[in-house]
Ligand binder design. Structure first.
Ligand code: PEP
Ligand code: MG
Length: 926
């Protein structure tokens, strides 16, 4: 038994030995194809075999780039070394020697030859980068003889002696494991003795002295001398790299980064090249295109007769790379060819490091270049036009956050950093509407508007929170700042809609409306003084910060990219717009319809509000009808304007939604006026005010958001929505007769049960038909549908779809009612803490809560389409402009998302990203 086991073990070992002897342990950088063949064509496996760095160098070599010749000892060799009890596997060293010969042939130099010595670096390189696992050993191959030879060759003894002492020092610490201190202390002492402060003061003789000192340190610590044989240096350095794989530092790192132990590390042996070998040598760094603008023009700098550190350290003034066309025309030509080839190979803008050694160009590194958003867009579009990448690739490269940054005025990073450094950071709130603005602060809408319009000031309107009658001030202002409210507060919604930069809920700010000042962070700012707000980060600064302005129409590359995005996306992007000028803007930004017109916003205009109030207060039906008759022409012209602006596209008009008290004067203020009049014995007008006050009191509700609003209001007071429907269809007919293609969709808000729709919708449809008849229009493409904003509506969507011809998710209310969080208060009260504590991953008023609200939406789409297969489904809550939520809408099969005009370009890009990630088909089709 024992005998058989022994034989089996022995034959296993023999097979192992046989395999190892014939195995390829070493790959020249030119042998990437062999590595690929060995690994069955998998690049990931090649990276596993050669390590990230080795695979990269080999890949560059394959791309025809002059990489300093070299080779990689594989990770399998490392594993065999460790498994074999710290012995190179059989055949490995012979392969190293053979590879070294090839490198000598390629460079025309010889390892250990004083007449023309080859020097190499030895670097570790695992599949995944493990910073700090083992330092590189440079200048292997230097000894007393080759150093003397190098001095002859370069005429630069200072450089050679400095390189030599670096080798002895690195060899001592990295390979032989001597602590750094003895080397560092010796150099310190020497410099002190000479009275030097900097290494640059060391002369050739000084460095030569240090070589001797460092050699003595090795002798003292190890008992043997620094090896003069270059091959010995190389084999010891290679062993040190293998050893380092099982060192404590590396093991700790692997545990933390979840990297398996059996990957092993590769060892890269690379020819050293020097840029400081005279005036036909040099070194530099460059971007293949402009990283700020994306312009297709090489941008970089270089230095003649210098080492890499000199360029980075900025000790000497560098020259622009194009000057090389004068100083080294052949090298420059080659450099331009190589960088073009690199771009073609990687299909990306590159950031390169290069060295020229005696007229010969070497590329030391290439990587994808970091760049600005503007540059990202231009490079992506140019690369499609150059045939390098596909439109899909271009669209996927540009991130929605980059687009966001591009489309709004902004404070550049340096400006904000400088302001923070100067102690100007004043407060922080919710980043409600992107863009940056500086202006003088005013604490009420009237003054804000007056200062902006009459005094031509840049204004920031500051309020604790805003209400519908503040809108004129917000529109006149360059920015809006509130101390209360969250991402779906009135201020946030309106600001986003109109593209006004806005920060809300900056709760550390104390606003004193009486004294017309505010205090935060120990600083008091008075009305009329300057502040700056950044709607992208939620930061508020004191004083004026400079902004930079983009212009979409001039951004031709971006427009091209967005057209490609549209051809890729399945979801359409519509816009939430209340006025024709917003609709026109939305259309310019690429909206394919209006997904929400909040008709109540039109009622707040000064000429209309008294009529609306009269209508609400009327006891006599005749008075009410008269008020409605007065409102009708206003509404008709509003709608005509919208239809006209959106010629050919659908326009969804939502019937009145908010509780009636929102149209009435402020109860507290009115009460104060009444009391003052009573005290002062003023009788004129008192009775009217008292009647008004009583009416407002009667309208009071404890929970107005859950009160008499939406479809409930339409059922309670049908005359108002009947007027609205008449206005919609009269306008639609008039515009149709003018040749405009009108597609009205009437939207009933806040449905909770199908019975509500069954009650109201037929009455409204009757009016629509009646108007068509009156106007003699026999064909009009129209729909009646509803919002899904109440969980019950989502759950009973199948019933609702039997009546409603379309659904639009009102995710502001749907989120509010699904969570039971007040949309106006939650963000200022507890939501921030919830997100900080991880109770919620994201603010659900900004990004759809897929697990809860999202589930309801999915159910509604499925159940709705089961009854009405062609049911049109959209979203018009604030989430319609949020990329994560847009992805979700793609997944559940929405037809469109609707968002504020300014977010339309971002939504178009996000819709394309969703299609690229998940495919164009509906999930249920798969
Ligand atoms: C919604 O609830 O998502 C919606 C769009 O309606 P509003 O914000 O006007 O309530
Ligand atoms: Mg709503």
């Amino acid at each position: 038994m024992f005998h058989l086991d022994y034989i089996a073990a022995l034959s296993g070992w023999l097979i192992f030995k046989e395999q190892n002897v014939s195995k390829q342990w070493v790959y020249l950088f030119t042998e990437v194809a062999q590595a690929e063949a060995y690994k069955g064509g998998s690049w990931d496996a090649v990276r596993g075999l050669l390590g990230g760095k080795g695979a990269g160098l080999a890949d560059m070599t394959r791309a025809g780039v002059p990489v300093p010749p070299g080779f990689t000892i594989t990770t399998e060799a490392c594993n065999a070394y460790v498994a074999g009890g710290d012995k190179f596997p059989e055949g490995m060293w012979d392969q190293v020697l053979a590879a070294l010969k090839k490198v000598e042939e390629a460079t025309g130099k010889k390892f250990g030859d004083p007449a023309n010595p080859l020097l190499v670096s030895c670097r570790s390189g695992a599949k995944f980068s493990m910073p700090g696992m083992m330092d590189t050993v440079l200048n292997i191959g230097l000894n007393d003889e080759t150093a003397a030879g190098m001095v002859k060759l370069t005429g630069n003894p200072r450089f050679v002696n400095d390189s030599y002492r670096r080798l002895v020092e690195m060899f001592g610490s990295v390979v032989l494991g001597i602590p750094d201190e003895p080397f560092e202390d010796a150099l310190k002492e020497y410099k002190a003795h000479k009275g030097y402060k900097l290494d640059t003061e060391m002369t050739a003789e000084d460095w030569q002295a240090m070589v001797g000192t460092f050699k003595a340190i090795i002798k003292k610590h190890k008992g043997f001398v620094f090896p003069q044989e270059p091959l010995k240096q190389l084999s010891l350095a290679t062993e040190a790299v293998f050893h380092s794989w099982m060192g404590k530092k590396a093991i700790d790192y692997r545990r933390a980064a979840n990297i398996p132990d059996d990957l092993g590390t590769a060892v890269n042996i690379v020819t050293m090249v020097f840029g400081n070998m005279g005036n036909d040598s040099g070194t530099g760094v460059a971007f293949t295109r402009n990283p700020s603008t994306g312009e297709k023009k090489m941008m970089g700098e270089y230095l003649l007769n210098a080492q890499g550190e000199d360029v980075v350290a900025g000790i000497r003034n560098t020259d622009p790379v194009e000057n090389m066309s004068q100083t080294m025309p052949d090298v420059y030509k080659q450099f331009m060819e190589i960088t073009a080839r690199l771009e073609k190979h990687y299909k990306e803008m590159q950031d390169v490091e290069f060295t020229i050694e005696r007229g010969k160009l070497w590329m030391l590194q290439t990587r994808t270049a970091k760049r600005t958003a503007a540059s990202e867009v231009k490079v992506a579009v140019d690369m499609v036009n150059e045939g390098l990448i596909t439109k899909e690739e271009a669209v996927s490269r540009v991130k929605t956050e980059q687009l966001d940054a591009l489309l709004h005025p902004y404070f550049d990073e340096a400006t904000m950093k400088a302001a923070e450094k100067a102690g100007k950071l004043y407060a922080k709130g919710v980043n409600a509407s992107p863009g940056a603005a500086s202006g003088q602060i005013y604490f009420d809408a009237d003054t804000a508007e007056k200062m902006a319009k009459e005094h031509k000031q840049s204004v920031i309107m500051v309020r604790p929170f805003t209400k519908p009658d503040d809108v004129h001030g917000m529109l006149a202002a360059k920015g809006v700042l509130t101390s209360e409210g969250g991402a779906s507060s009135h201020a946030a919604v309106v600001a986003r809609q109109f593209g006004v930069p806005c920060v809300v809920g900056a709760s550390m700010m104390q606003i004193d409306l009486e004294k017309r000042l505010m205090t935060s962070n120990g600083i008091t700012v008075k009305e009329g003084e300057w502040i700056s707000i950044d709607g992208a980060t939620g930061k508020v600064f004191v004083g004026e910060l400079k902004t930079t302005n983009p212009n979409l129409e001039e951004m031709t590359d971006l427009l091209t990219l967005l057209n490609w995005a549209d051809s890729i996306a399945r979801l359409q992007v519509w816009a939430n717009s209340d006025y024709p000028q917003d609709a026109r803007r939305a259309r310019k930004f690429g909206a394919k319809g209006i997904g929400l017109c909040r008709t109540e916003h039109m009622f707040f205009e000064p000429a209309r509000l008294p009529i609306v109030q009269r209508m609400i207060l009327a006891k006599d039906p005749a008075v009410q009808k008269a008020a409605l008759d007065e409102l009708l022409p206003f509404q008709r012209s509003d709608f005509a304007g919208l239809f006209n602006a959106m010629d050919g596209y659908p326009v969804i008009i939502r019937l009145i939604d908010p509780p009636m008290h929102e149209f009435m004067p402020d109860e507290e203020k009115l009460f104060e006026e009444v009391v003052t009049m009573r005290v002062q014995g003023e009788t004129k007008g008192l009775a009217e005010k008292e009647t008004l006050l009583a009416a407002i009191k009667a309208m009071h509700e404890s929970n107005p958001m859950m009160g008499l609003r939406g479809v409930r209001l339409s059922i309670y007071m049908p005359e108002l929505v009947e007027m609205q429907v008449r206005a919609i269809f009269e306008a639609a007919c008039d515009e149709t007769k003018k040749g405009i293609v009108v597609k009205p969709e009437v939207m009933i808000p806040l449905t909770g049960t199908v019975k509500e729709l069954e009650w109201i919708q037929p009455r409204l449809v009757r009016i629509a038909k009646q108007v068509l008849e009156e106007k003699g229009v026999d064909k009009l493409n129209y729909k009646f549908g509803t919002m899904i904003e109440i969980p019950r509506a989502a759950v009973t969507a199948g019933e609702i779809a039997a009546v409603a011809e379309f659904f639009s998710f009102g995710t502001n209310d749907l989120t509010q009612m699904t969570f039971g969080y007040s949309r106006d208060d939650a963000e200022r009260n507890f939501l921030v803490k919830y997100v900080e504590e991880g109770i919620l991953v994201k603010n659900p008023f900004q990004t759809i809560d897929r697990a809860g609200v999202g589930k309801l939406m999915q159910m509604a789409v499925n159940d709705g389409r089961a009854v009405r297969p062609n049911l049109e489904v959209g979203i018009c809550g604030e989430h319609g402009g949020d990329p994560d939520s847009i992805e979700f809408c793609h997944l559940i099969g929405n037809n469109y998302v609707s968002c504020s005009p300014f977010r339309v370009p971002i939504a178009r890009l996000a819709a394309a990203h969703a299609a690229l990630k998940h495919g164009k088909g509906l999930v249920q089709d798969k």
